[in-house]
Ligand binder design. Structure first.
Ligand SMILES: Cc1ncc(COP(=O)(O)O)c(C=O)c1O
Length: 504
């Protein structure tokens, strides 16, 4: 649907100027269910899962492939149920996420329990459920042995490894600063540093109630390119080879490459254009100096700079699921075989989050007010009935969401404005958006809203979190109700002695 999109057709189409998700008119959905609202496409999620499974299976001839979607990206039980029904595993982080996936009847052998600082109660639940424990902390193995012995069973574990990646020195996408990927990754807390791994493995081989079945590596989405993934896989394979030799020819039963592929319209980190840093660094002393020329000139230059700063280059197309799978499986096979690792029967696992869920949902919001100023700097805001607190994870990652005006979806842009939310924060959802003329009542669709947004929404300003709808063809139903006042204040307790005395 987006210009230059080389991905297969998606669930979004424009029909008579209106945005449809599958066969449902988003403007009608907004009227029927109210706004703001998240709307997911059943067909898109099923299709993305199938594509991941097929593409990785095609590239990995050595053994089975498991697609284990990251629960953190989307904790909705209905979409999770859909994935479980299709045979998906899961990557989970918290004890509560574990509970969520198990409710859907997922095969526990295909659940990877990630995360540092797991306590004994959580480990016990993991071992009882028969899931894979992906070890992040050096001492975790001793606790797993203790709990597994108490339960009289053998716990199957993997080590989450953190190989050095000095080969990936290009600019990291996760930060507005100019830092190499390698540095951004080094300061990320997850993964067991290589210095501990050999000894941890030797200790586990001595433990009667723990079996090391594989290795896990998740670096995160530092860059969307295929060269990034090739670079990661080269270093992962090298570490697997070293450990295998160190452990006397140990052979992994499973290798998990985590997630971190970009989604179709990749909203990550496009909040500021790349030139922003240089422009502001050079421009700041210049601008401050211009104040001496009088307010008029100063403000007219400010307006020009602001206009330039809020312009954004068209995002580059990201690789398709098939291209990622091809590059990953090719590099991993080649490098592991070069390391002498026997791959016969080895399972390959992947834990996509954003790339699986991203394009499966839109967030619909209605314009409340269009507000402008002409002095001292011309500026326009399109104030909506949502907030970036409902798109929270994307704010941390500096997302710049693509969007459409749902009821004018094929109209040419005629105005430039910030799309903002109605919380008391600046609440900038899309800075410097080019839109067709909009007015109160128009419906905006924030695209790529399927991963992390709904699962990270918060209640700032006591705003109730929105409902979520699942669309199947032209059918739409609520899969998570909107919050009400009782949800917002339901956990609060006012101590009795603070309450006013009842009036006689
Ligand atoms: C261990 C692990 N696997 C998978 C993912 C999913 O990552 P993404 O959404 O970038 O694909 C994450 C995200 O943080 C993760 O921590």
């Amino acid at each position: 649907m987006t210009a230059g999109d080389h991905h297969p057709p998606d669930c979004l189409t424009i029909r008579n100027g209106r945005l449809f998700i599958e066969d449902a008119d988003t403007v009608e959905l907004a009227a029927e269910f109210g706004t703001p609202i998240f709307v997911f496409s059943h067909a898109q999620l099923a299709e993305n899962y199938r594509r991941f499974h097929d593409a990785f299976s095609q590239g990995w001839s050595h053994g089975p492939v498991d697609v284990m979607p990251a629960m953190k990206a989307n904790t909705l039980l209905a979409t999770r149920q859909l994935l479980t029904n299709l045979g998906a595993g899961a990557d989970i982080y918290s004890a509560q996420e574990l509970d969520g996936v198990l409710r859907t009847g997922v095969n526990p052998e295909r659940v990877s329990v990630n995360g540092g600082g797991k306590d004994r109660a959580h480990l016990r639940r993991c071992i009882e459920a028969g899931v894979r424990i992906t070890v992040e902390d050096v001492r975790e193995i001793d606790w797993i042995q203790e709990v597994a012995a108490e339960l009289g069973t053998v716990a199957k574990i993997r080590f989450r490894v953190k190989p050095a990646i000095p080969n990936l020195w290009r600019r990291n996408d996760f930060t507005q600063l100019w830092v190499p990927i390698d540095l951004g990754y080094q300061v990320y807390k997850s993964g067991v540093p290589p210095e501990y791994l050999a000894e941890m493995g030797r200790r586990v081989f001595e433990m009667p109630n723990v079996e090391l079945v594989g290795l896990h590596f998740h670096a995160g989405r530092h860059h969307p390119s295929l060269w990034f993934w090739e670079g990661l896989m080269v270093r992962f394979a090298r570490l697997v080879g070293e450990l295998s030799r160190e452990w006397g020819g140990w052979k992994p039963q499973e290798l998990d490459i985590g997630g971190g592929m970009a989604s179709r319209r990749d909203p990550l980190n496009k909040e500021f254009s790349r030139s922003e840093f240089i422009l502001t660094a050079v421009g700041y002393p210049f601008l401050v100096g211009l104040r001496g020329l009088g307010e008029r000139l100063y403000h007219s230059l400010l307006a020009k700079i602001l206009d330039a700063l809020t312009e954004h280059p068209e995002p580059k197309p990201v690789p398709t699921i098939e291209e990622y799978a091809g590059a990953i499986t090719r590099t991993l096979s080649r490098e592991l075989l070069a390391q002498g690792v026997d791959l016969d029967g080895v399972r390959l696992q992947t834990e996509p989050g954003r790339s699986l869920y991203g394009d499966t949902a839109v967030h619909l919001t209605r314009v409340k007010v269009v507000k402008s100023q002409t002095e001292p700097i011309p500026y326009t805001w399109v104030l909506t009935d949502t907030t970036y607190f409902f798109l929270a994870a994307g704010v941390f990652e500096h997302n710049r969401h693509p969007f459409l005006v749902a009821d004018k979806a094929d109209a040419a842009p005629t105005m430039k404005a910030d799309i903002v939310g109605h919380s008391c924060f600046a609440d900038q959802i899309v800075l410097g958006a080019h839109l067709p003329e909009v007015d109160a009542g128009d419906v905006l669709a924030i695209l790529e809203a399927g991963a992390y947004q709904e699962s990270s929404a918060s209640n700032f300003n006591s705003l109730p979190r929105p409902a979520t709808i699942l669309v199947r063809g032209d059918r739409a139903e609520v899969i998570k109700r909107a919050e009400g006042l009782d949800d917002i204040y339901g956990r609060d307790v006012i101590p009795a002695d603070l309450l006013p005395d009842p009036v006689e």
